[in-house]
Design a protein around this ligand. Structure first.
Ligand SMILES: [Zn+2]
Ligand SMILES: [Zn+2]
Length: 333
């Protein structure tokens, strides 16, 4: 695929969250009405769309304290501990950090004590031990089943078609699959049928990649291929960070804000930096998946560990495609 050859690859730099102007407008009438009247169904569904499948700090939830307290009191938002301490030490519940060196303590204005915080994910906002993370509990969102979502009319080679049929099979079986495909194998197009099938079934999909430039490149291609579908691109510096679309393209760092959000998780370049070096990224991508879900891993250069898994048949299938023709298929069932 062309983006593998990009020489100006830029990697994700985490930045503070921002609520889009649209979203602020959407929440504003809710804020007004909650002070005197119960929330309407429409308002609740707007909130569910905004916060379902997320794991957020209080400061990432843009709403006034009155409404927020109300939503906590009716258990729409559930507080979960942000840092858990056990005999093994601390674990950050947002990024999974357990390294002692990546925790520190500071005098805390909120609890008036010295408070532990996580240094590893601090660029996404400080996780303090005394401040919980919040997850939305109900109601859950039902994503629309989209009839004929794909307008791409190109054709796949016989090999790509065979591979994409296997991906659809994995979707039905809700399993894990590793696709080993060299640069230029036409991975994106090969994914279109499985994305199409998932959208027809009303599933929510995430395509995650370590590289922000790949996210930026994929967005217009997917918008063109799936014009009826809500699609957002999330990366450090992206305009929209609300993450409310049915099809999300995101840098793996952005997955730190999701929990049980996606029916289909496609992770590109699992063997590329920083995904292969930073344990918090596989941690976050696992948490961002629903149970059950389908996971598709893409790699051009599988690590030894993955090659071993392939040999042991731990992954259901592995494909090895060349740029022009299929050089070989390896199937392990
Ligand atoms: Zn952390
Ligand atoms: Zn504190």
């Amino acid at each position: 695929m062309a983006y593998h050859e990009s020489k100006s690859a830029t990697y994700e730099h985490i930045s503070s969250p921002a609520i889009s102007p649209d979203e602020s407008i959407a929440i504003h009438p809710i804020r007004q009405s909650a002070q005197s009247n119960p929330l309407t169904k429409k308002e609740i569904s707007l909130l569910a769309k905004r916060f379902s499948g997320k794991l957020l700090l209080r400061q990432e939830i843009e709403m006034d304290e009155l409404l927020f307290s109300h939503l906590v009191s009716i258990h729409a938002f559930r507080p979960v501990p942000s840092i858990i301490t056990s005999w093994k030490g601390e674990t950050c519940q947002r990024c999974g950090n357990q390294s002692k060196a990546l925790f520190a303590a500071m005098p805390c204005r909120k609890c008036q004590k010295r408070c532990i915080y996580c240094r590893k994910c601090i660029e996404m906002g400080r996780v303090l031990a005394c401040q919980p993370l919040y997850e939305w509990t109900s109601p859950t969102i039902h994503w629309p089943s989209i009839k004929d979502p794909c307008s791409w009319r190109g054709s796949l080679t016989a090999a790509q078609e065979y591979a994409s049929n296997r991906l659809i099979q994995a979707l039905h079986e809700r399993g894990e699959m590793l696709v080993w495909a060299v640069c230029g194998a036409g991975k994106t197009e090969m994914l279109f049928p499985v994305i199409t099938e998932a959208l027809k079934q009303g599933k929510r999909i995430c395509i995650a990649t370590p590289r922000a430039d790949v996210v930026r490149e994929l967005k217009p291609r997917l918008l063109q291929a799936f014009p009826k579908v809500s699609i957002q691109a999330l990366y450090g510096g992206s305009e929209d960070k609300t993450g409310t679309a049915q099809l999300i393209i995101a840098t793996t760092h952005q997955l730190l804000r999701f929990k049980a959000a996606f029916d289909v998780m496609i992770i590109d370049e699992i063997d590329a930096f920083p995904y292969n070096k930073d344990a918090s990224l596989p941690f976050a991508s696992n948490r961002a998946k629903k149970t059950p879900s389908t996971t598709i891993y893409l790699t051009a250069t599988p690590r030894k560990e993955h090659q071993l898994l392939i040999q042991k048949s731990s992954f259901r299938m592995c494909l090895c495609l060349s740029a022009i023709t299929v050089t070989r298929f390896l199937f392990h069932n």
